[in-house]
Design a binder for this molecule. Structure first.
Ligand SMILES: Cc1cc2nc3c(=O)[nH]c(=O)nc-3n(C[C@H](O)[C@H](O)[C@H](O)COP(=O)(O)OP(=O)(O)OC[C@H]3O[C@@H](n4cnc5c(N)ncnc54)[C@H](O)[C@@H]3O)c2cc1C
Length: 337
């Protein structure tokens, strides 16, 4: 009997940076565009190709947009089986693609589906995964170094995956900036067949409920309430609406259910980068401020002049938010009339 011995691929056999492009069927999610911006920089440093991977049904139109945002190449797997995200089918398709094409880096958005896919995929590919990263760079030997927040955001651990490939990370929404779209960016689109079937979709959709979702990472103006509001977000909402912005909160308010988790800022919420952020009644815990430090202008309102939030603010108002916000709302309303 002759046994065929196939050697396991070595890290040198892997080449290129891949971004899993999450979408809602119509548009690419913002986090995918943000990752593409960073991935473009990584692939330029490595002098390699940036490939976007699109899985779905009837999603060919997203390939052109992916190139405008920096992809040299887009792999499109178009199948009705992949119409909605399904753990087993998407994992199987991605594992097959990665095994066949061998990218050295694979980046995925740290969304609900992205986190679900990345963990399972990493196990299937027997490789390492850094989760929820906030920094990505290439070291002198060409390895990906990922900054993973630890101890509630108190530290950023820089982690490498030396032996196995691809080097995988999920990336937090709102951390990186997308490139300016450029219609002159050219690339290639390849349609790929993968071996997925109905049997790989191990769930049945009983009813589809489309939730009104808020994307605070895109807001140019944010008004943020903390526990100092006592959960009464009326003034915060009024001001946000007048400014054409969104409402953000600290974690305790999301935990208590005053608003959905979509509004939560911080290490376990979203990182935001608005032009103006007004934060009222938040103490400024590091796990919160890590999510606001990229804002252009921060105005903080707090009764406690020693509150750490003031170390992060450009304008500090030491007073009761219930006294400060009503005249501010009146002023903004007046300027709009
Ligand atoms: C693992 C881990 C992850 C976490 N992740 C996050 C996260 O992602 N995001 C997050 O926000 N938190 C997070 N936290 C919680 C965080 O540590 C803080 O507990 C939280 O941010 C505090 O929220 P706060 O500032 O609203 O409340 P508090 O710390 O209670 O502050 C309330 C502030 O309001 C002021 N105030 C009271 N009344 C008024 C008034 N009338 N007018 C003006 N000011 C007033 C007070 O002086 C005080 O400074 C995390 C914690 C852990 C352990």
């Amino acid at each position: 009997m002759v046994l065929a011995v196939t050697e396991a691929p070595s890290p040198e056999d892997y080449r290129g940076v891949w971004v899993y492009l999450e979408h809602d069927g119509e548009e690419l999610l913002n986090v995918s565009l943000e990752i593409m911006g960073k991935a473009r920089e990584l692939s330029d440093t490595l002098r390699t190709e940036l490939t976007g991977v699109l899985l779905g049904s009837g999603i060919g139109h997203l390939a052109r947009i992916s190139m405008e945002f920096g992809a040299n190449k887009v792999l499109v797997v178009d199948s009705p089986i992949l119409d909605h995200y399904s753990t087993y089918a998407h994992t199987k398709a991605m594992a097959e693609l990665v095994r066949a094409r061998k990218p050295e880096i694979l980046l995925i958005g740290a969304t609900h589906d992205g986190r679900d896919l990345a963990g399972r995929l990493a196990v299937r590919l027997k490789t390492g995964l850094t989760a929820d990263v906030m920094r990505l760079e290439i070291d002198e030997s060409g390895l990906l170094v990922a900054g993973v927040p630890g101890f509630g955001g108190g530290i950023l651990a820089m982690v490498k995956c030396e032996a196995s490939r691809p080097q995988m990370s999920t990336v937090r929404p709102g951390v990186f900036a997308p490139l300016e779209p450029d219609r002159s960016r050219m690339g290639t689109v390849e349609t790929v067949e993968v071996d997925v079937s109905e049997q790989d979709v191990k769930r049945e959709i009983l009813e589809r409920v489309v939730e009104e979702r808020v994307d605070i990472t895109r807001a140019e103006h944010l008004v943020v309430g903390g526990l100092g509001t006592g959960g009464d977000l009326t003034l915060i909402r009024n001001l946000a609406q007048l400014m054409g912005g969104e409402v953000g909160v600290t974690r305790p308010l999301a935990d208590e259910g005053y608003v959905s988790r979509d509004h939560q800022i911080g290490t376990t919420g979203y990182s935001v980068r608005p032009k103006v952020l007004i934060v009222a009644g938040a103490s400024g815990a590091m796990t919160f401020t890590s999510g606001i430090d990229d804002s252009e202008v921060i105005v903080a309102i707090n009764t406690d002049r020693e509150a750490p939030i003031f170390d992060h603010a450009d304008y500090c108002v030491v007073d009761d938010l219930f006294k400060v916000l009503p005249p501010l709302i009146k002023e903004v309303r007046g300027s709009r009339e």
